[in-house]
Design a protein around this ligand. Sequence first.
Ligand code: SF4
Length: 441
Amino acid sequence: MSTAPATPVAAKPSSVEVIKEASMIKQKDMIAGNYERLANARSLGLKVASTFVPGNLNELLMCFDLVNNLPEINAIQNGMRKKSGQLIVEAEKHGHSEDVCTYVKADLGMAMKGNIGPDGRPVPDPDILLLSYTGCFTFMKWFELLRERYKCETVMLHVPYEGEGRATANMRDYIVSQLKNEVIPALERVSGVKFDIDRLRQYLKESAKAEEDLVWVLESAKNRPSPIDAYFGGVYYIGPIFTAFRGTPEATEYYRLLRGEIVERIALRQGPTTPEGDMKSERYRLVVEGPPNWTSFRDFWKMFYDEGAVVVSSTYTKVGGVYDLGFRHDPDHPLESLADYCLGCYTNRNLPGRIDMIEKYINDYQADGLLINSIKSCNSFSAGQLLVLREVERRTGKPAAFIESDLVDPRYFSAANIKNRLESYFQMIEQKRGGRSAAAH
Ligand code: SF4
């Protein structure tokens, strides 16, 4: 689960060219740069670690000069480039069931077809698989398959699930002890680099700066009109911090730039940037739960901005770290802070905790309602979503709606169905407003 697409605003099919903001160009370069590092890892003598987005220990990996390869990101990038369908079919041909998470199948399919990355260049086999286990059982099964394939060192950080809705000191100690006794020794062994805690502190200092600006950006959606779309635009904003860049000065700079641009948008009372320019009128403010569809990402987004619907908050932009509830990486408590980060990931939170978050978002962001995009192949998000929907409706009195699609399997995106449902939902919001005109709202 999670994200790092390249910048959303590209040349449109028409002759109108949208101007790219500086942060968009920087984000795109950063993501491309990591693929470049991966492609050149062997010739540069660098070792490669594969790891997942939720609970990722990027700062720790950097302490060992490891290049970070994120299989989910490869699946997303392949999905956006319309390459994931054939990779999924390849994995299914080898016996992987239709019900399996399509990130897994896209990743396995890519490996089966020679591990050519989304940018057309080879992705090297990993030297180590680092699994931070944060709530989704699929992560474990996925890495078991990769371990069988690559026969490389595998290390698992077991993060206890927040079943009671909170983290305890015991949980934190348990994670810290695994970091000290298993994870760090394994990373030292594979990389040949000795662990230096001061290096980790330095990276965590950078992380905290970037996190501060990211939260500011996400919370800017409390303005009317919202200067950002916190789902479709949000997935670009979280790209660097959820992937190979958290802890780097580059990421700090990216979020500083982004924040500056949003400050300007607020001053000019501009709506979010979309692939077709600025959104003109904000008619509906939504909170969205669940990951987006990647294979028809632009078409999906268009269904919202064409109707003046802006997403003011989303849970998906919290999968790689929940920062808006106050957590920051802490250089004074480096390993403890890595433990707290993993414990608090969205995928590691129980259902009541997720409902509380969504209720808070609806109230804090003055949203018109909740939309759930239920992902066919993601059990971790989809289980319990109907319960979430009813409970949020009951608590907030705001209408909620349910649409269904998939992550990177193009066979499960039905544009007509989704459009119909969205139109009915927008009508429902209008009715709930008691017939007042949307523009006057
Ligand atoms: S099932 Fe969902 S949370 Fe788990 S790996 Fe797949 S997309 Fe991510």
